[in-house]
Design a protein around this ligand. Structure first.
Ligand SMILES: Cc1cc2nc3c(=O)[nH]c(=O)nc-3n(C[C@H](O)[C@H](O)[C@H](O)COP(=O)(O)O)c2cc1C
Length: 247
């Protein structure tokens, strides 16, 4: 038996029918009423977004609430003037960072929620995280890691990345997309709706938000109350059989 590290209180039973209602009623909404999302509701949704699982708990996300009229107009244009952006009560730009991990590794150790930081945790954030996530100048360390991994991979299972800035983008985007989904489901649970958008001009959005160099936009979410004609088509998903492989 493994050593008990911590006992999380058991979760309360959950009404699956209510959860199903949230998941099933979430649709990409392209037309919103002008009802605002109350600040505390939006805040609650953002808190739930930030509870998404994320790689190494390094919390690679940032959420830009674009609320000034001037920036909002520019962002709508950068979103190719899509209706989902034009009519949205809120525009939230979901951003991933590939270089915030070092600061966040330090914060994990500083803000650890127990009196003592366990030795394994200390080792992970002080040594292993930099080993995995630092790629070195001109990707030099990434290339060394790749070579070392290829050799040791012949004899034992090893993580095959991230070894480059491109890998780091995929690494960050995975976690950040999960936060985006949490955000959209939380909005739905509060009676609001959303539309995720990747139809935007990335260069223009970066400029509007003055994003740091290691930041990139994963998606822009338009949010608000749906109009009766806000969902354009019935929902379509292919048959489970096509996607589920039991091996
Ligand atoms: C990463 C991503 C990017 C998307 N980009 C857009 C977009 O730019 N404009 C849009 O109207 N819908 C966009 N969508 C919404 C999809 O078209 C939609 O999720 C899909 O058609 C399924 O419909 P449903 O969300 O109502 O189930 C995007 C969805 C995702 C996940």
């Amino acid at each position: 038996m493994s050593k008990v590290r911590y006992l999380e209180p058991l979760p309360e039973p959950i009404d699956v029918a209510e959860f199903r209602k949230v998941v099933h009623s979430r649709r990409s909404v392209r037309n919103f009423t002008n009802k605002p999302i109350p600040a505390e509701t939006l805040n609650d949704c953002l808190n739930m977004a930030m509870l998404a699982p994320n790689s190494s708990n390094l919390q690679q996300w940032e959420f830009y609430l674009v609320q000034s009229a001037d920036k909002k107009a520019k962002l709508v244009e950068a979103c190719l003037s899509q209706n989902a952006a034009k009519s949205a009560a809120e525009l939230i730009v979901i951003v991933a960072r590939t270089k915030s991990w070092r600061e966040h590794a330090r914060l994990v150790l500083e803000q650890w929620p127990q009196a003592q930081v366990p030795k394994l945790v200390k080792q992970y954030y002080a040594q292993l995280a930099p080993f995995y996530y630092w790629q070195g100048p001109l990707n030099s360390w990434g290339m060394v890691k790749k070579a070392l991994t290829t050799v040791s991979g012949f004899v034992r299972p090893v993580p095959r990345g991230p070894f480059s800035q491109a890998d780091m983008k995929v690494w960050a985007a995975k976690s950040v997309a999960l936060a985006a989904e949490n955000l959209m489901l939380a909005l739905r649970a509060h009676g609001f709706d959303s539309c995720p958008m990747e139809g935007f001009d990335e260069v223009r959005v970066n400029k509007i938000l003055k994003l740091p160099k290691d930041a990139f936009v994963v998606m822009v979410i338009g949010a608000g109350e749906r109009t009766p004609d806000g969902v354009y088509y019935p929902q379509l998903r292919f048959d489970q059989q096509k996607f589920i492989h039991r091996v």
